[in-house]
Design a protein around this ligand. Structure first.
Ligand code: DX5
Ligand code: ZN
Length: 217
């Protein structure tokens, strides 16, 4: 499978969000990555339902919504109603993860689990057969523009082995510090989806950067 590219709107210019969404529509990107932060699970606050609804009203690609919030179970339907097509919850925030994943699926969204850099991917063994994707954090969640954590490559390798045994259709998504320099290695190691925020929106030519992330050399 050709890997997917998901620009993270966290790094967009919110004073001209419409233009940035339209740029992604016109680009080689596959998904919009939408980061929701609550100032509780992570030390930052991003945006919520009203902004997501507005993005959804003009987006022509699915919204991949990454919840960095405590008690996500309370809000799963609200995110569906706001326009989420893919919804991921952190392993660290869900004491009843299997139920959370089932609910996301029952609401008609692709269901993902996210894991922080300090947690071993082996912890996901039990949930792996039930999720559509795993989002591997390659930075500590909460902020864009951080440096990629190198141990992510080994984590992808382990997860890829687990995937063979437990869920061959699983997609592996990598989020944080991804750019045109490390993307090829990530995909080679087994990443199916790469998220990129600052690498896209801080670049001189975001359309071209997305194209380079999609057609790696
Ligand atoms: C971090 C977010 C990321 C962030 C990535 O908590 O989950 O999606 O937007 O930003 P960059 O690509 O700048 O590291
Ligand atoms: Zn994210």
């Amino acid at each position: 499978m050709q890997h997917l590219v998901a620009p993270s709107l966290l790094a967009a210019n919110f004073l001209r969000l419409e233009q940035d969404v339209l740029m992604v529509n016109d680009s080689h990107a596959d998904l919009f990555h939408v980061d929701v932060m609550d100032g509780h699970f992570v030390p930052n606050i991003s945006f919520g339902f009203s902004i997501i609804k507005q993005i959804k009203s003009i987006a022509r690609k699915p919204l991949d919504v990454h919840l960095m919030i405590s008690n996500p179970d309370q809000y799963l339907k609200a995110f569906k109603d706001a326009g989420a097509d893919w919804l991921s919850v952190h392993y660290e925030t869900c004491p009843h993860l299997h139920r959370s994943i089932q609910q996301i699926k029952e609401l008609g969204m692709k269901a993902g689990v996210v894991i922080n850099p300090h947690n071993n991917v082996e912890l996901l063994q039990g949930i792996l057969p039930h999720v559509d994707y795993v989002l591997l954090m390659s930075v500590n969640p909460g902020f864009g523009g951080q440096s990629f954590i190198e141990s992510t490559y080994g984590r992808i390798r382990t997860l890829k082995e687990m995937k063979k045994q437990l869920n061959p259709d699983l997609l592996i998504e990598v989020d944080g510090g991804v750019d045109t320099l490390n993307a090829a290695k990530l995909v080679k190691k087994g990443a199916d989806i790469i998220v990129a925020g600052s690498a896209v929106f801080q670049s001189a030519n975001p359309l071209d950067t997305i194209k380079r992330l999609k057609y790696l050399t």
